[in-house]
Design a protein around this ligand. Structure first.
Ligand SMILES: [Zn+2]
Length: 278
């Protein structure tokens, strides 16, 4: 690789990772505010969730702001939850990988937008066990448009027919499972929020992605579910009648599966079928 090309590639990847950190910082803030029922944009400046002190510019820097202050608010000494810098780090890592996979294309922008939406939804689901319709349904429309309008490149731009099949498989399939579960057990097992989230992922990534995302989500949720059940049993709280009633938000695991597929889906299929890697 010529030196100038190497330099511009490194600059591009570095810039993408930086954009990912900033988007992660935005997602953290938006997720927290929406979970508390507030508005995304007001107040305009970030504040400490414990004491309300408005953060200075330096404290607002993704990751570094957290490290500068040893994870504590400078005013009230309240701990900043570790999931904030963790979200920023995840977002930065995803952006770096997506920049490597997609290159400087509109597909990269789409990947970053959907990843940020996934982070916001996951944070809200973790705090409230809800996936708000105001995010999932417009997200599904955007996913459909993205599939219909973008030229095909890697896992995106699958065309409107595939987007339609994917939406039917994802949203319809999960709705059916949750309906069956409700009829048989008499309680809600899967939220309809999860079905709307799969509607979005199906429209973005197509029908073949749906079983992969569900399988990956279940595999990731299982160890987390077992941990939550053990903790619940140890605390002897509401779960005393049996850990099966332990609540676990499924959204973050579905999001992880979908973002994994967005980056590496074709690699997975090729490895599985024993074909040469693309
Ligand atoms: Zn504070």
């Amino acid at each position: 690789m010529p030196e100038s090309l190497f330099l511009s590639t490194a600059l591009f990847l570095g810039f993408a990772a930086l954009a990912g950190l900033v988007l992660g910082s935005f997602a953290t803030c938006a997720g927290h505010r929406l979970a508390k029922g507030g508005s995304v944009l007001s107040p305009a400046f970030s504040y400490c969730p414990a004491c309300g002190h408005t953060l200075t510019l330096r404290e607002n820097i993704p990751l570094l702001g957290y490290l500068f202050q040893w994870g504590k608010c400078r005013f009230c000494g309240g701990r900043i939850p570790a999931r904030y810098p963790l979200t920023e780090l995840l977002s930065g890592g995803f952006a770096l990988a997506a920049a490597y996979v997609f290159g400087p294309t509109p597909h990269l922008l789409a990947a970053l937008v959907f990843a940020t939406l996934c982070l916001v939804l996951s944070l809200i689901d973790l705090e409230t066990y809800l996936l708000p319709d105001v995010l999932t349904l417009p997200g599904a429309v955007a996913a459909f448009l993205c599939s219909a309008l973008l030229p095909p490149h890697w896992t995106l731009g699958i065309g409107w027919e595939m987007a339609l099949y994917g939406a039917l498989a994802g949203g319809g399939g999960l709705w059916l499972i949750s309906e069956l579960y409700r009829r048989v057990r008499g309680v809600d097992g899967l939220g309809l929020g999860d079905a709307k989230l799969m509607l979005l992922f199906g429209a973005l990534l197509g029908p073949a992605a749906v079983p992969v995302i569900l399988f990956a989500g279940a595999c990731l949720a299982l160890p987390a579910g077992l941990l939550a059940m053990r903790r619940n049993a140890a605390e002897g709280g509401e779960g005393s009648e049996g850990g099966l009633h332990t609540r676990l938000p499924f959204g973050p695991f579905l999001c992880a599966g979908a973002l994994g597929f967005l980056l590496a889906g074709p690699l997975l299929f090729h490895a599985w079928l024993g074909l040469p890697l693309p």
